[in-house]
Structure formats: structure tokens, C-alpha cells
Design a protein around this ligand. Sequence first.
Ligand SMILES: O=C(O)CCC(=O)C(=O)O
Ligand SMILES: [Fe+2]
Length: 344
Amino acid sequence: MVDLVNSDSKNQATEHRPRHSITEAENVPLIDLSAESNLVAEIRDACKKWGFFQVVNHGVSLELRRSIESAAKEFFALSAEEKRKVKRDETSPLGYYDSEHTKNVRDWKEVIDIAVRSPITTPVSADPDDQELKELHNRWPEYPPNFREACQEYALEVENLAFKLVQLISKSLGLPENHLNGFFKDHASFIRINHYPPCPNPDLALGVGPHKDSGAITILAQDDVGGLEVKQKADGAWIRVEPAPDAYIVNIGDIMQAWTNEIYESVEHRARVNSERERFSVGFFFGPAHYINVEPLKELINDQNPAKYRPYNWGKFTATRRRSNFKKLDVENIQISHFKIAPE
Ligand SMILES: O=C(O)CCC(=O)C(=O)O
Ligand SMILES: [Fe+2]
């Protein structure tokens, strides 16, 4: 991470520097997925009030979680040269990366992205007239030797949890349990393992700058170091999500915001770093196939409550995002707000 230390662009703009965070406050809800009674109502309240919640009794084995966490630790401890053998590039966004920009500021982290179902099909270019598709394949490191198996086994269990959560969310909207399932046939989800090294200036940098997730939902495992902060909807204060043993953090992404016509909203969050301990987290980004056009569900709109978004193609959206991730551009990244219909 030597180049990060010497890079000026790691500094967050003054208003994004993390020193004003409020840590002693209400925490995001913790929901027991094995509880039969009231579960759907709890999910509804958490989605509406926070856009974030934690789940326990989720069905993902702790052993698989420990195994991907230790494989990740071994991988990121390799030399920069070794890690760069699986570096992502302009042709494929899957693999290792150590200089991500969130909102055009460099993050204090390194990551590896892995498709849950490899290969995934995606548009070759962001150009709406270009219909050409390509396949993206995972890049597997040689070390540690169990890395691939650990990731694949983990991803498949979290995929089950993702379907369970989407079904609960569907019910919480008053829709049939399977209403959203069709969007996830051929889903192009990926896991991202984040490594945040200790940072000598944790008040100047962020592990991940403030952002919203662009997929449908995200399921995050954070380790016991902690650092994730959520922007509270009520007053905009940054709330630390306290690590809870074996819990997963679930959040609403931009696609769910568009599908629900803003009944549920995607919420801004960020990851802080600290000067003492490195931190790991594993995100599962549940998103549909490239051919899905995202738009408000017709069951949730009517004359009094018209669609707030124009349809947008998920594949083209991700292709446009990819373009801007590689280098610091002077243009704003594509956002769902670009598809928002102005009220009459
Ligand atoms: O590591 C974390 O706590 C947050 C990561 C995150 O928000 C992301 O990768 O989108
Ligand atoms: Fe995120």
C-alpha cells in the first residue's frame, strides 16, 4: 500500500472527513430471522426507518465465514507482486484492486471482487446502441490454495440468505413472496472482500468514502474491529454499526429504491479506518442479470403515486460505472438520480 501513503488524492474533502461522527446513539435494528411472529413487520420497519439492519439466525454457517475470512487474510498478506497477478483491468473488473475511487477520492483499502456465478454476462460497452456482450471470469489467486473453495462455498450460502431476504422484503411490501425472484434468475451478483490496513491519519482518510450501494440489497460481514457507519435518515448523523458476533448487516440498494418507488430508500454509508488494527469485511452484492430493466414495480404505483424513475438497464448501468472506477475522472459517476422523473 506504499503508493497509497504517498498519494495526495487519498485525502477526503473537508466535509467528508470523519471527525464529526456520533458514535453513542441508537443502533440499527438486530433481527432474528428464526422468529416466526412479527418478522415481516420488523423487516418493513427497519427498511423504512434505517434502510439498514443486522440479522442473526440467518442460516449461513459460521465455519464457512471463518474460512473465507482466514483465506482473505492470507491472500492480502501476500506481496504486492503476487496480488497483482490477479489484478483486474480494463477488460474485466473481477479480481484484485488497490486503488478504488469512491466519488473520485481514493479509498484506504484493497479489495478482491469475485462473481458468485462465474462467468457473468455483461455488455461490452456503456454505449446504449452497442448490443455486444462478453463473459467475465473470476481470477483466482494461487495462494492460499483453499481460497477458491472458501469463496465459492461461502457465496452459495449467502446467496440462499439473499433470496430469503428478498422474499421477506417482497412480503413486507404486501407482494407475494416470490414476486422479485424472477429478476434474480441469472443474477450477476459478486462478493467483494475488503482489506483496510491501519492508517496513520484515520481522521483524514476513509476506508470507503460515503456512498450508496447500486444493487438490490447488500449483505455484509464485518469483523470485530468495526468501522462501518450509516447516515441516519432522521437527522443525517453518522451512526456506527457495532460488530455483533456472527451477524450480517443488510442494506437496501439503489435498485430496491427504484423498484419500490422510494417506499424503501438506499442509505449512505462509509467505512472508517483506524491507526491500530487492520480490518476485513466481505460484502455480497445481490444484483439482477444484465438484461433486467430496472423500474418501479407496477403494483406499487398508481395515478396518485406515479413512477418516480424511468426504466434503466442494469447491464448498461454497471458498464458505465466500470468506466469511471479505473481512474479519477472529472465527471460525476452515473447515479440513479439521473433516471429520476421530475415531479409535475
Ligand atoms: O467495509 C465496510 O464496512 C463497508 C463496505 C462497503 O460499503 C462496500 O464495499 O460497499
Ligand atoms: Fe457499500
